[in-house]
Design a protein around this ligand. Sequence first.
Ligand SMILES: [Zn+2]
Ligand SMILES: [Zn+2]
Length: 171
Amino acid sequence: MSGPPKNLRIARCACGSVEFEAVGAPILCAACYCDDCQEGARRIEALPGASPVQGPDGGTEFVLYRKDRARCTKGSQLLKRHKLREKSATNRVVATCCNAAMVLDFDDSKHWVSMYRARFQGDAPPLEVRVCTKFKPESSVLPDDVPSHSMYPFKFVTKLIAARIAMLFQR
Ligand SMILES: [Zn+2]
Ligand SMILES: [Zn+2]
């Protein structure tokens, strides 16, 4: 009997019309407080009927996957890419059916996709780190449940590089 693949996670938009599948262990699960993530969250949250994108402390939680391990399996025609700046390579991809933020991906050759953690509902991997906290809203006090870094910690970068190397070897 062949069941579903191991370590398969489903990310769903708020109304259920759009689904992404991610297979295997994520590279990392992080909350980002950078100006772009805050601005991106505000713009998406301003869309009609949108669910919250960032937490009350200004952080947006992402689960990073190798891009060969995450794909849209339902409703891809409903996806719309938003750019903060016209020439930016970064897309915040929204399900237009209910204006749910689904993933953050790139036009260039970056090898990962950042999936909005809130979309995994009950099945989200645990948060591991907070990054770019020097940009957090002044008023917000961060919990110390996971490490916080003012920018990108070394471990964050090495994990991304390790994932790239693993892809080269098709692991
Ligand atoms: Zn939807
Ligand atoms: Zn960010």
